[in-house]
Ligand binder design. Structure first.
Ligand code: TXA
Ligand code: MG
Length: 315
């Protein structure tokens, strides 16, 4: 069910869950102040309870209300990247953010989205928690139809232009006196160099069971169709190849294009649309051309494709 900004605000402030477009991916929104709505998010998504939610704010200044302290570089990061696809994890006053949202951590993740309609909504509602609007483990939603496919056509989804970036925000945390990236995303590490004076370290998933970004533990972004990552595409007749329109593939294969291999922003814009479309083809597997440079935003694309190809589920 497609609803206006005002209708969405009314539903959220009365304790309902609503699909909301942002510049990265669609969010599944609930008011920070409605515990039953927050609970419903976990149920609807099938989300593990130890995976915390991002708090979305209309204005950067609002973080002051929740945090314990402001780390060095925070103001510069907020000025440079907010509103936009950056999520910043900060130490909070625990009583100010429900335990459920933090999944018991002493930190919370904050983002100020730039999507005009999402911003309009946040001005009306106040802080909203928003995980990506997809069933846990499956590709995120970048079109209104994706949200309807996952939660039903009667589920309320706010109208607004679809997600221009197409992949989730980058998540950053201040630890050991430096900012470190704990989830690759729309902003590559080198985007931070001029703001911080250094490239933030990219944290891998630690071998222990409590990594800095709990969500990294779980299966993610995966369609039902098995994905085989490959740098060479000489496959048998009829093989579906997820590749690029400016590359040549064997003529007996069927190309599903992510866009031009030279245009990573076009690829991120198409990524989840393409991954979701594979499940409509009812094929056993698709081969994904991952012959891309491992740099900048391409590294995020490769990380998403790698995760999407992992079929073992923790959820
Ligand atoms: O672009 C985005 O970030 C989208 C849009 C809707 O804003 N949201 C999104 O939310 O991707 P979700 O729930 O799909 O992913 C949030 C990630 C999870 O991996 C979670 O573990 C991590 O953020 N996270 C949340 N709170 C955290 C915290 N306090 N410390 C570390 N990681 C946290
Ligand atoms: Mg997600």
């Amino acid at each position: 069910m497609r609803i206006s900004v005002n209708q969405a605000a009314l539903l959220l402030t009365s304790g309902n869950v609503v699909g909301v477009p942002t510049e990265t991916v669609y969010g599944l929104a609930a008011s920070l102040y409605h515990s039953t709505a927050i609970e419903k998010i976990f149920t609807l998504k099938g989300r593990p309870s130890n995976n915390p939610l991002i708090v979305h704010l209309g204005e950067a200044i609002q973080v002051q209300e929740f945090v314990k302290s402001i780390p060095d570089g925070f103001v510069e990061l907020a000025q440079a990247f907010w509103p936009g696809p950056l999520t910043i994890v900060l130490d909070v006053q625990p009583e100010k953010i429900p335990n459920r949202v933090r999944a018991g951590l002493q930190t919370a993740a904050f983002r100020v989205p730039s999507h005009p309609k999402a911003r309009q909504l946040l001005q009306l509602t106040g802080p909203l928690v928003m995980p990506s609007a997809n069933l846990s483990g499956t590709p995120s939603s970048t079109r209104l139809e994706h949200v309807e496919a996952d939660f039903g056509i009667n589920f309320p989804v706010m109208e607004g232009e679809c997600c221009s970036v197409g992949v989730e925000s980058t998540i950053i945390i201040f630890i050991e006196n430096k900012w470190q990236i704990i989830r690759q995303g729309a902003l590559p590490p080198n985007a931070f160099k001029t703001v911080l004076g250094y490239m933030p370290l990219l944290r891998g998933i630690e071998s222990d069971t409590s990594p800095l970004c709990p969500g990294q533990l779980f299966r993610h972004y995966a369609p039902r169709t098995k994905l085989l990552l490959s740098r060479a595409c000489d496959k048998e007749n009829g093989t579906v190849i997820v590749g690029y329109c400016d590359r040549r593939y064997p003529s007996n294969c069927r190309l599903i294009s992510l866009g031009h291999s030279t245009d990573p922003n076009e690829i991120t814009g198409n990524l989840y649309v393409v991954l979701r479309s594979l499940d409509d083809l009812e094929i056993d597997f698709a081969v994904v051309d991952v012959d891309l440079p491992v740099e900048g935003i391409y590294a995020t694309i490769l990380e998403r494709l790698y995760k999407a190809s992992q079929s073992n589920s923790d959820e």
